[in-house]
Design a protein around this ligand. Structure first.
Ligand code: ZN
Ligand code: ZN
Length: 412
């Protein structure tokens, strides 16, 4: 007899975990806020706590999501450049070197006068990017793509590249920095990068977009300044590794980038799903449930809880949690049969800290027929008494695959 292979949904409530808050009488926002729907999943499921990377390590959202997807961030995380590039749809191949960039303003002496070129944006940046694409420098192919506002990504592709180079963006006003190789092997890449920066100035300084901006007295977007070099890592695509088709439903570029690099399909969302505090969580949940019609595995990220943790306002985080609970209620009423669903976070963003910490996060897994434990509330403390115990981030996928009847037998 072979059991039916279930589908899997991860609901990652970004930065949800917290610590005891003075403003909430010593409770965490999750303990303080009434969450009947998340509690329903805890009561009917099995719970635990999770060190997303390792005990006491404060994860970034990027490294945390790699871990949740079952990868070892120590092996595959090569810096922000490639994942940010992927976040705006520029997914490179293994060995490509990627950078984050700003459109900036320089004067005739290459002195930076505005690091964001007056927050220039599309359609002007789209036109400028057209002028920059198609360049080949010393045998290296140059690919650029615009991001939001003054942001862009740069990808270098060719033989002999090495990402160990310093930024051409000095992160301040003043002269453009000259990129240097930190090792001898990286000197060639630094020289290509410096040539690109110069070429970007030559190609953009008298571009019609800038002639128009000059007429209007706006800062010209006449140079592209790259930073945060990283090479695209060798990653076994998620689908191949786990024998499941997979997609991600997220509003934030960086999460989309991480998932894209791991081979997940990145689903387009309605504009109401912003990745910010004002996001429409029900629409996002609806998109995730629809996506499950076509995929075996879906990762859904809601960023608002992290934003409220960074803002450090207790009531704001509690109200985000109430909305997350409504979203959990929507999922409860609309989820398909034969689903394994995990509610969790990628890290804690305690309101009294205003940043990520290494405290473990709560996790609850629900599926029809799962062994229930005695946990009745979804929060940092109650979940720690559950049957899953204390796991690492990369364990979660395997545990859910097992519950979904997708785990392969080890041995005879
Ligand atoms: Zn996060
Ligand atoms: Zn954060």
């Amino acid at each position: 007899m072979s059991a039916v292979k279930k589908k899997i949904l991860f609901v990652v409530m970004d930065g949800l975990g917290d610590r005891a808050c003075k403003a909430l009488g010593g409770l965490t926002p999750l303990q303080y806020t009434s969450t009947p729907n998340l509690d329903w999943f805890a009561e009917n499921g099995t719970s635990g706590i999770m060190d997303v990377i390792a005990p006491g390590i404060a994860p970034g959202s990027d490294t945390a999501h790699l871990s949740l997807l079952g990868y070892d961030p120590d092996k595959v995380y090569t810096g922000r450049g490639p994942f940010e590039a992927a976040g705006i749809g520029l997914i490179g191949k293994e060995g490509d070197v990627a950078f984050r960039c700003n459109f900036s303003t320089v004067d005739n002496n290459m002195i930076i006068t505005d690091r964001r070129a007056g927050r220039v944006k599309a359609p002007e940046t789209t036109e400028l990017i057209k002028a920059l694409n198609g360049m080949v420098i010393d045998g290296v192919e140059v690919i650029v793509k615009e991001g939001t506002e003054h942001r862009a990504a740069l990808l270098l592709r060719g033989p002999g590249l090495n990402a160990d180079v310093t930024d051409a963006d000095p992160h301040d006003l003043g002269p453009v920095a000259v990129s240097k190789g930190r090792t001898k092997d990286a000197e060639f890449t630094a020289s290509v990068l410096n040539k690109f920066v110069k070429a970007s100035y030559e190609l953009m300084k008298d571009h019609p977009v800038n002639l128009e901006r000059r007429k209007k007295g706006l800062p010209e977007a006449n140079i592209l300044l790259p930073r945060g070099a990283g090479s695209f890592p060798h990653i076994i695509p998620f689908q191949k590794k786990n024998k499941m088709s997979a997609a991600c439903v997220a509003g934030v570029g960086m999460i989309k980038g991480i998932c894209g690099v791991c081979g997940l399909d990145v689903i387009d969302l309605p504009p109401e799903c912003t990745g910010g505090l004002d996001t429409d969580m029900i629409k996002k949940a609806d998109a995730a449930l629809r996506t499950l019609n076509d995929y075996d595995y879906v990762l859904m990220n809601v960023k608002a809880s992290d934003v409220s943790g960074h803002d450090g306002i207790a009531e704001q985080k509690c109200s985000v949690i109430s909305r997350l609970d409504e979203m959990a209620g929507y999922i409860k009423n609309s989820m398909p049969k034969d689903l394994v669903i995990a509610f969790t976070a990628d890290h804690c963003t305690p309101i009294e800290v205003g940043d990520h910490t290494g405290d473990p996060v709560p996790v609850t897994i629900y599926s029809e027929g799962i062994v229930k434990d005695n946990v009745k509330h979804f929060n940092e403390l109650d979940c720690s008494k559950g049957r899953i115990g204390r796991i690492r981030g990369h364990n979660l996928l395997q545990i859910c695959m097992d519950i979904a009847n997708r785990s392969e037998k080890f041995g005879a």
